[in-house]
Ligand binder design. Structure first.
Ligand code: FES
Length: 233
């Protein structure tokens, strides 16, 4: 069991929760979290937002029973955190654009930090789209060379893919697919895909996803794929 260090409300339904657990998470990985005994049955998969010497931080959106229970946790409460699970975004150098939408912005903060620390020569720019209240603007502006956000509309309209060697994205499926269709070189886009998950460790097949390389499990073969592996099926 881990202990909640903070659980901060950021907007009407977004929260940032830090727990005193070491996951050594890589950018794009997730943890299975539960703060209850038997019900709801399943732990919830939540992307790692950040990790430091004091613990790991998750950005989550309240969308149902499990995340509603998370939102009521107080500092000092117990929570079960298993992980880190799944694949990570590749560590690449160059001009890299991160494009996120909604709760999909979560893994992009750790991604921006990791890529920035990996190479002083890399350029990390960030575009975030929100449906209503923008979140974590100060945090992202500190880890990006150029940071832009938009409330409403299509954040993909701001993408100029020719200016970048690689693009990493996480967010609503429609946003990621629009981005995939827009960019000329499909080999430069890596995407984090979402699905319902039950076990998180590759045994239940609840997260099955069709790719150009056959059926894959999002929890162990993903959640990060070269976008064309999924969108080009
Ligand atoms: Fe069980 Fe992926 S969630 S196999």
């Amino acid at each position: 069991m881990s202990t909640v260090v903070l659980n901060k409300k950021l907007s009407s339904n977004f929260y940032l929760m830090k727990v005193n657990k070491t996951l050594n998470a890589k950018m794009g990985q997730f943890a299975m979290i539960r703060a209850w005994d038997k019900y709801p049955l399943l732990s919830r998969p939540i992307s790692v937002y950040d990790e430091d010497g004091e613990g790991v931080t998750f950005l989550y959106k309240v969308v149902g029973e499990g995340t509603s229970i998370f939102s009521k946790l107080k500092s000092g409460d117990s929570v079960n955190v298993e992980g880190a699970y799944g694949t990570s975004f590749p560590i690449l150098n160059g001009r890299i654009l991160l494009v996120g939408g909604g709760v999909g912005i979560a893994p992009l903060y750790l991604a921006a930090k990791t890529l920035k620390n990996n190479s002083k020569d890399s350029v990390i720019d960030v575009l975030l789209g929100f449906t209503d209240e923008p979140l974590l603007l100060d945090e992202f502006s500190k880890v990006a060379r150029d940071f832009k956000y938009q409330v409403g509309g299509f954040i993909t309209d701001l993408v100029n893919d020719e200016s970048y060697d690689y693009i990493y994205t996480c967010g609503p499926s429609i946003m990621m697919e629009t981005l995939y269709k827009k960019i000329v070189n499909k080999d430069k886009l890596y995407a984090s895909f979402e699905s319902r998950m039950a076990c998180g460790i590759g045994v239940c097949l609840a997260c099955s996803c069709m790719t150009i390389n056959g059926n894959k499990k999002l929890c162990t073969d993903g959640p990060i794929f070269l976008a064309k592996e999924v969108f080009n099926v």
